[in-house]
Write a protein that binds this ligand. Sequence first.
Ligand code: SAH
Length: 263
Amino acid sequence: MSENRLDNLRIVLVNTSHPGNIGGAARAIKNMGLSRLYLVAPKEFPAEKAVWRAAGALDVLDNAVVVETLDEAIAGCGLVVGTSARERRIPWPLVNPRECGEKAIAEAGTHEVAILFGREDRGLTNEELHRCHYHVHIPANEEYSSLNLAAAVQVIAYELRMAWLTHEQGKAPTFDDWDVPPAKVEAMERYYEHLQETLEKLGFLEPDNPRQTMTRLRRLYGRIRMDEMELSILRGVLTATQNYVYHTGKKLEELGESGEDER
Ligand code: SAH
C-alpha cells in the first residue's frame, strides 16, 4: 500500500479493441495523478497507436500490467467499481462519478481499489458487473449516453482527483476507523463457491440452475462489505452446516415440509 492514495487505485480496461483508447486512457490517468493501468486481454498491445495517443504518458503504458483474466486484475482489492453506460437487468447499487471518487479515495487508505471499464462495442458483461460492489454511470445525454472509452476514463479519473484534493486538505471522510480490514475479492470468491456448494448439499439450490440466486447473494454480500473476521465466521458456519448434512445424511426436503428436524 502506498502513502499516496492515488497509487492504490487501479484503472482496469477489459478486452479493449482499439489500442488508441489504451493510450488515451494512459494520458488521462497521468494527467490526473494516477499511475496504475491494468489491461485484461487487450486485442492489440503493445501498439504504435497506443504510444501515439499516450503522448507524454509513456511511463504509464510501460508500467501497464497485462493479464489474461479479470480475477488477476482485481486480486487483492477490497473495493471494485464497474462503469456502465446503461442500466442492466438486475439493479445494482449505483453511484455517480462524484460519489465514486469519494468512496474510492476514502477506501484507498486501507486497501486497493479497482475501477473497471468495458469493451468499446458492448461494455462489461453481466458476469463482470456482478463482480463489482458498485456500478458507476456517467449521467450523459440520455439519447446518446455512451462515451468513448478513454473519455469515460478521463471523467472518472477527474473525479478521483477532485476527491483526492479534498482529502489532501483534510476535508474528506475515510474508511480507516474499522478494526478489521475488509474481505478482499479473492476471499469473497472462495466464500461464494463454499456458499453455493453448501446450498447445493442442503438441497436448497439446484446445481443446474444456481445463477439468479447466486447473483442476488453476491449483490447482498457486496452491499454488506464484510470484513475478514466476519467472513471467517461465516466460512465456519458453512463448514459446520456441511458437516451436519454429511453426518445426518439429510437434505432439507427430507426433513419434512417445515424444514425442521424432529428435535
Ligand atoms: N455499447 C456499450 C458501451 C461501451 S462504451 C454498452 O452499451 O455498454 C465503452 C466503455 O466506456 C464502457 O464499458 C464504460 O466503461 C465506459 N463508458 C462509456 N459511457 C459511459 C457512461 N455514460 N457511464 C459510465 N461509463 C461509460
